[in-house]
Design a protein around this ligand. Structure first.
Ligand code: NAP
Length: 222
């Protein structure tokens, strides 16, 4: 049976774009919000082969066995505490959070220090045992993801201590045409991939662009 996909913060820029792309690819998605009626309203605005349903964050988390978390860094910990009781053993939690300094009023080209090393590692410290954290989507522009007329042409770097979990998440994200997932290593490397967002924002500002990353030279047989 296909993995059930939930997106916490699915009413926001990144989550909504991801839901729309996955629905277009024929997958059913549940999006979560602090306000179930807002989630339902956003869900009803998304059309595709797959169905999109809107629920509270906790109910959405309970419905998914692959749960994307797409909320601002300042609300990552409270959100994880809110949904913790709904995450069952074996769930894969995909954390897209970037600890941008904008969360405390700073510039978007700077990041905040996180005690655990990265936002993804903070997530790992907050989820119940038996839940696997995968970090990803940091360099994927929500604007481009949400612009369904735009063909993506980029990679997303996935980090986790569980390679099987990376493969499962990659299988889902690879449904988005033009988006390729790459196993980038252990979860501790999320501190690098999260920093890349600040770098991309700086490049975008300087070049008035909406850029993505591409890794070259991969061995297709490996
Ligand atoms: N935007 C991008 O291009 C991009 C790219 C890669 C990674 N990211 C990362 O992905 C995450 C989501 O980005 P985004 O641009 O989609 O964020 P966003 O639109 O600002 O927020 C996403 C959702 O989070 C919920 N939220 C907002 N403030 C909250 C709060 N104080 N407490 C609890 N929930 C709150 C809201 O949902 P409800 O009000 O419905 O609950 C909102 O719709 C961020 O950590 C960001 O750094 C973003």
């Amino acid at each position: 049976m296909a993995d059930a996909i939930a997106i916490i913060g699915g009413t926001g820029a990144l989550g909504r774009g991801l839901a729309a792309r996955l629905a277009l690819a024929g997958r059913d998605v549940v999006i979560g919000s602090r306000d179930a009626s807002r989630a339902a309203e956003v869900a009803s605005s998304i059309t595709g082969e797959g169905t999109v349903t809107g629920l509270s964050n906790a109910d959405a988390a309970a419905a998914g066995n692959i749960v994307f978390v797409c909320v601002p860094f300042s609300s990552q910990a409270p959100t994880l505490k809110e949904i913790k009781g709904s995450l069952s053993e074996g769930t894969i939690l995909v954390d897209a959070t970037v600890p941008l300094a904008t969360n405390v009023g700073g510039p978007p080209t700077r990041t905040l220090g996180v005690w655990q090393g990265s936002a993804a590692q903070q997530a790992e410290s907050l989820v119940p045992a038996g839940v696997t954290v995968v970090a990803g989507l940091h360099t994927v522009s929500a604007d481009l993801l949400g612009d369904l007329e735009h063909d993506l042409d980029e990679d997303t770097l996935l980090c986790s201590n569980d390679r099987d979990a990376i493969a499962k998440v990659a299988e889902i994200l690879n449904l988005v045409p033009g988006l390729r997932s790459i196993d980038a290593g252990r979860l501790e490397l999320a501190k690098v991939t999260e920093q890349m967002t600040a770098l991309m924002i700086s490049i975008n500002i300087r070049h008035k662009a909406r850029t993505g990353v591409r890794v070259t030279g991969l061995n297709p047989d490996a």
